[in-house]
Design a protein around this ligand. Structure first.
Ligand code: M6R
Length: 607
């Protein structure tokens, strides 16, 4: 999501910056811009759309110079417009910044520091540019440090000031930034891919560090403003590897992104003190919220399974009758929808034709319709009367992974927001939120078992069929696990609620038909164990997803993947990762094209 490139040296900066942006295209973007020092001034050019549009525009912009910064923007705050594209300036054009990340308290900052400033864009980044301008007294490093000390949020940042030519200040907190070290030149970027053609020697900034880079020196300061002696690392990756940040596939990178991006889904959207969630995008008064008597989730594929988790969450926390509907079915029924129904249209791309048609139908029938979407400015985001971006960042692999977990996280927050109206106490809400905040670390514990899961995948990869079983909140997890496996490995896989197996699917079981069951320690654990015994009695090989420390799990299964315990409602945020890794490794071991599986498209824009 978003990309930064900077250059300071003796070569012409513009082609280096434009080519650098091209190397970052894989991250996804919808506008781009560049700024260059030129004769004591800073010149900026921005364009909406592809880098080719920017490249065309700069041809007539007469931008010549050897120091500059550039950016590709993937919209988060504000639509896709030239004004919203980076680089951003303050009131004067002598300061420019490019920024990745989110400034959470931008409204407060604007109120506190920026009276009398003219803000031209809808972005949080422009507020940061103005803030640096407020603190600027001839020293960019100090101004950046002072501004950042007021900021709550995340940033990868580069800044230049016309008063200090031949200097770039860079800073990082929660959004990566790398400095490439060449011969009398430095490259700065959000990952190594833009600099690999020029240098393999890099320094990775750590959180809280600020760098002052000039033509002949690079000083890096830690949070206490002490100069750091940073190690220059030699990168052996090629460009494709760098884009995947060293992972073999985008899918694997995106699976590993989850502990980071799930934080982006929840950050700034709750209050521990009130035990409550506050999703401003809901755009409903308390009175309107009280009018809601029913909730409907509309979505397809993986987003549908996220919606199913949302159903459990809404029923349990908000006490509202909730249905999750496959969008393509909903539109051709005569669904019972009225002005007391709240509909969530859930979609990674925001462009899924069936979901769009279904939400239009719900709107026609007078429902409150809200979007839960990843791609900013997409059709669903525009056609709904409010909603929430899930902030998963660009998802490039066709098989959805991190978008699913972020959808689930947002749905749980929505369920809590409604639950706190009358059903959930402050203490219960706080307990749920504290458990949610522990999820990123718990996700990491699952990801750390990737090699072990690979060994299990190796053992089962040649089976032709399998069944996933789950109960309660883990039934949608089983459905998602089966979808993931079939999508990328082409192994025939189905999912059933554990209790349903004896009503038919059990006829399939034999020593050639493995079961992958989620049997974590929750209120349905004993029931699930009975269902597994039924499968075991038919000689089906059993792979279990079980709670850490559960000794019985080992006894009744052939292989176990242990996951950390969490609150039952939050289990999909942990358990699903084990199944994603199982599908991924199976497909890789079978030699399949994991990122681009046959017959599938990332965005299904036809009915
Ligand atoms: O962009 P959307 O979330 O609306 O897409 C919905 C489905 O097409 C999508 O989840 C699909 O099932 C993926 N291939 C799942 O990995």
């Amino acid at each position: 999501m978003c990309g930064i490139v900077g250059y300071i040296g003796k070569k012409e900066a513009l082609p280096i910056l434009i080519n650098g942006l091209r190397r970052l295209e894989y991250r996804g973007y919808d506008s781009a811009g560049v700024a260059i020092f030129q004769n004591g001034k800073i010149k900026k050019t921005k364009a909406v759309g592809k880098i080719d549009s920017l490249s065309e525009k700069v041809k007539t912009a007469d931008m010549v110079g050897t120091v500059g910064i550039a950016h590709t923007r993937w919209a988060t705050h504000g639509g896709v417009t030239e004004d919203n594209a980076h680089p951003h300036s303050g009131c004067q054009d002598d300061l420019v910044i490019c920024h990745n990340g989110i400034i959470e308290n931008y409204r407060e900052l604007k109120e506190k520091f920026l009276s009398g400033h003219t803000i031209k864009s809808q972005t949080d980044t422009e507020i940061l540019a103005h803030l640096i301008e407020v603190f600027y007294e001839g020293d960019l490093l100090t101004a950046v440090r002072k501004a950042l000390s007021e900021v709550r949020g995340t940033y990868g940042l580069v800044a230049m000031h016309a008063g200090e030519p031949n200097k770039i200040v860079a800073a990082r907190l929660g959004s990566p930034l790398v400095i490439g070290v060449g011969e009398n030149e430095y490259y700065i970027a959000s990952d190594t891919s833009p600099m690999l053609a020029h240098t393999k020697n890099v320094v990775f900034l750590d959180d809280g560090e600020v760098a002052e880079i000039t033509l002949d020196s690079m000083k890096i300061f830690n949070v206490d403003h002490k100069i750091m002696d940073k190690h220059v690392e030699k990168i052996e990756w090629n460009e494709a590897q760098a884009q995947k940040q060293g992972f073999d596939h985008f899918m694997l990178k995106e699976i590993f992104d989850q502990p980071t991006v799930v934080k982006d889904a929840i950050r700034g959207r709750f209050s521990l003190e009130d035990g409550a969630a506050h999703l401003g995008g809901l755009n409903m008064t308390d009175e309107q919220m009280h009018q809601v008597k029913r909730v409907v989730m509309l979505s397809c594929g993986t987003a549908y399974y996220a919606g199913l988790v949302g159903k459990y969450a809404f029923e349990r926390l908000a006490g509202l009758p909730t249905e999750a509907d496959v969008a393509s079915e909903f539109r051709y029924r005569d669904p019972i929808i009225d002005e007391h129904t709240l509909v969530f249209a859930i979609s990674q791309s925001g462009e899924t034709a069936d979901t769009i048609a279904a939400l239009r139908e719900a709107k026609r029938k007078g429902a409150f319709v809200r979007g839960i979407v990843n791609v900013v400015g997409s059709s669903i985001a525009r056609e709904t009367d409010g909603g929430t971006y899930i902030h998963a960042g660009p998802e490039l692999a066709v098989a959805s992974t991190k978008a699913y977990t972020n959808m689930v996280a947002v749905l749980i927050l929505y369920a809590l927001q409604f639950g706190r109206l009358n059903r959930v106490s402050v203490a219960t809400g706080e307990r749920l939120l504290r458990a949610l905040l522990e999820i990123p670390e718990k996700m990491k514990l699952v990801l750390a078992q990737s090699e072990k899961i690979k060994a299990i995948a190796q053992k089962y990869k040649d089976y032709k069929d399998c069944i996933f079983l789950g109960r309660g909140i883990n039934y949608p997890v089983a459905l998602e696990g089966a979808l993931k496996l079939k999508e990328i490995s082409y192994i025939h896989s189905e999912a059933y609620p554990g209790g349903e197996m004896k009503h038919g699917p059990i006829a399939l079981l034999s020593e050639n038909f493995p079961i992958i069951a989620i049997a974590t320690k929750n209120q349905l654990y004993e029931k699930m164990i009975s269902n597994i015994q039924e499968a075991k009695a038919r000689k089906a090989p059993i792979i279990l997803i079980a709670t850490e420390g559960d000794a019985q799990a080992k006894e009744i299964s052939d292989d176990v993947i242990y996951v950390p315990q969490t609150m039952e409602l939050l289990e999909p945020l942990v358990n699903t990762l084990a199944l994603q890794l199982f599908s991924y490794h199976t497909a890789v071991l079978l030699g399949k094209d994991v990122d681009r599986p046959r017959n599938l498209a990332k965005s299904v824009t036809v009915e």
